[in-house]
Design a protein. Sequence first.
Length: 377
Amino acid sequence: MFINLGFKIALCFIAFLILMNLIATIHNKYFIPILKPYKYQTILPIPSNLETFITTNLDNSNSSTNSNLNPKPNLQLKFISASNTSQIFNSNEYLIQMNSSNKIARQATILKYNSSIQDTTQEEKEATQNLISLINFQASTKPKLKSFLNHCYNLITIAKSQDWLENGMPHTHKQTVILPQSWFNEILNTTTRTNTQRISSNGGTLIHEITHILQRVYPDKFKNLYTKHWGFKNIEYIDNFENIKARNRANPDGMDVLWIWISPYNKLNQAFWIGAVFNSYNPKALNDVEYLAYPVYEIIKDKHYKLGEQEPLPLQTFNEFQNFFNLTINNYHPNEIVAEYMNVWFHEELNLSYSQPETKQSDAYLRFKKWLETSFL
């Protein structure tokens, strides 16, 4: 009798343990949120609750003024409102990884970033629509450019920031192009700014930033350009790099800083790390930087390098680099170089003047155009 009772108690205890284990498994699976770090090169589906605004495709080739054009609905631009700021900054690796020098230069906390996005007014949306319409009209005889641009517009959302954010520099996070208030002020200014000026300046800026979205959507295509055509290598580690990394200006459009460059013309195979480096650990502003090229030396092939003891070269006097890329702005990271080249190509296709026309003759730009033709057009 006592044996049967003990056996029954043991069975009940085992059943209890099994039941508790089952409850714990269900709880962990369905009720405890699993927090995973945001992978910067992952593009999320564009949320369906964003404000949308229909833009137009202008097809009347007999006129160059807005009043005589016949607009036809073409695509929808998507704008992020101030209430949806969390879609940009929550679990944002750029902010999570930001070191003390970069925080000092920006004089901003993550909390302040969350208050940086403003609602885009109806007038600003219409002005953005008008800019896209002007670009589409100018591109009406360039079907490849027009198709490419329309594909790009459908990939992005647009947000308006206060001018203090990133020192007023347009930039991107995830699939969102963040444009400062000053950019919208410029496209609204139809009194002193011509359509051509708005297409060239504001349209060029938009194309530059859209390219950073493309880099996240098609990372392998861009890596092919950097490594197969331009001489860059994406490595894993650089010895003695901590002090420079601590002063390297963070860029949401170039999070991966482990790129080195070897000139296609350099028979000695000398490698350089290139970046925008703060002049001190306590920079006064974001533009308190020097653009420098540091010699690095290989330890493990294509993976591990060490920083050399030589002084860095100022990028503007680094002849091999300048001769190859022929670019004096946005030239310190491969992501920035290709974004600026996309702006140059945009100007070239629309027969607009670019501030540095000799860039179009550079070896790197000609290689870029061949890559662009086979990769996107």
